[in-house]
Each structure stands twice: as structure tokens, then as C-alpha cells.
Design a protein around this ligand. Sequence first.
Ligand SMILES: Nc1ncnc2c1ncn2[C@@H]1O[C@H](COP(=O)(O)OP(=O)(O)O)[C@@H](O)[C@H]1O
Ligand SMILES: [Mg+2]
Length: 235
Amino acid sequence: MHTLVFATQKGGCGKSTLAAGIALAAQHAGHLVRLIDTDPQATLSNWQSRRLAHDVVVDSVHEAGEIEPELRKLRREGTDLAIIDTSAGMNAATRTAILCADLCLLPTRPSIADLESTVTTLRVVRAARRPFAFILNQASIRGERGNLAASALSREAEHELAEIVALPFIASRNDHQDALAAGLTAVEYAPDGKAADEIRRLWEWIEARLQSRLEQSAPTDALNDDTDVPWDSCL
Ligand SMILES: Nc1ncnc2c1ncn2[C@@H]1O[C@H](COP(=O)(O)OP(=O)(O)O)[C@@H](O)[C@H]1O
Ligand SMILES: [Mg+2]
């Protein structure tokens, strides 16, 4: 089982929207997916209650100590992709989720305030030594802002851009908002639309990234990893 964690300090960057979108894209690609909502605002849990289909289960888990048992349960049940959506800010539940991640996904809008706010999350992800990638979300369709933001993120993270900025950039499109309101995601709401196409390609990028990590080294099982994480350095 792989675990993806959507995390960023700032609210409104698209964590919940992308977590649901990627869950459905992965499910359509044949994976058995479960969502874990650790955000007291309950965006995903509310979204699920608007869904007519009961195909994707969202489990609410708010205590940090419940995350690992929940992941173990999902693994036992045969889930092959667990996606954890976290709240804005940084708290114990988000830190624990990050520790359990095979890949941390940090959505950010391509604006200076959003880019700056990725620093805190990045610091925690790095202290936990988890693989990560930024997702540029709500990008403008025209102009260079997305590319400039991607370069800035790559400099900030001191990594090759191709390694840590997921592709494609996700444009700002009404389909995401309309889909969420209807208890759907873009890939279900308008399967032939551009928003759906971007989300499917984003899932392919994420899947390839998870795969390349598997090929590079035996996967670290975060749940059995007793690495001492220097949390003090993240505060
Ligand atoms: N790519 C996008 N295009 C248009 N609206 C988006 C996009 N991504 C997110 N949104 C909207 O932005 C708002 C905040 O997104 P949300 O996923 O709730 O962010 P977060 O979980 O990070 O707080 C929601 O209304 C959502 O529908
Ligand atoms: Mg959210």
C-alpha cells in the first residue's frame, strides 16, 4: 500500500480538492483507494456525504495516534492507495501523517504569499526525511507565473525541478468547484474536460514517482521505521 499525504501550511491551496481528485483518478485507473480526513473542517467528509455513490470511503481521523492504526487497518483490508488530507497549519496529526507518507504532496498557488508559506511544511517534510513534490494549483492558463513559481520552488528546495514539481500544473477551472459542490470530482463531473485531463495526468505523474522510488530502493515502511525524527528542528 502506498500512502500519499496532502499538506501545506496555508488553507485554500487545494489540498482537499486535489486529494479527492487524485483518489478518483487512481480509482478509475484500477486502484483500491481510501481517503483519510484529518481536518476538523471536514471538507472531504462533507463532500462524501454529498456523494450519491459510496465507492470512495472517507475515514475521519483527528487524533495523531489514530493515524498509524488506521493505515494498518486499511493495509489489512487490501487498500492499495491511502490518501491523507490534512488541515491548514501544522499540528501533531499532520506531522504523523507526513511521517507515514510514501510521498508528500504540497499544493501551492503560484503567488508569493503561497510560495512563502510552503517553507514551514517543507521543513517538517525534510526533517521527517519523506519524499515530496509540490503541485502548482489554481495556476493561470496564460502567462509565465506557473513556470516562475516552479523555478522558485526548485531553488527553495534545492532540488531538480523535474523531481519535485509535479506535472502538469493544475489550472484554475470551475469544474473543480462545481464538482466538489455536487459531491464529485473533476474526472467524474466533466470526464472530457481539461480539468479532468489535468488531474488524470497528475495521477500518472504521481504514480510514476511512487514507482521510481520503489525501483531506486526497497520502500521504507514508515510504519515500522523507528528513525528518530528531530522534530525540535521543525518548530
Ligand atoms: N484548480 C482549481 N480550480 C478552481 N478552484 C479550485 C482549484 N483547486 C481548488 N479550488 C477551490 O479552492 C477552494 C479551496 O480549495 P480546498 O481544496 O478546500 O483547499 P485546502 O484544502 O487547501 O484548504 C475550494 O473552493 C476549491 O473548490
Ligand atoms: Mg482542505
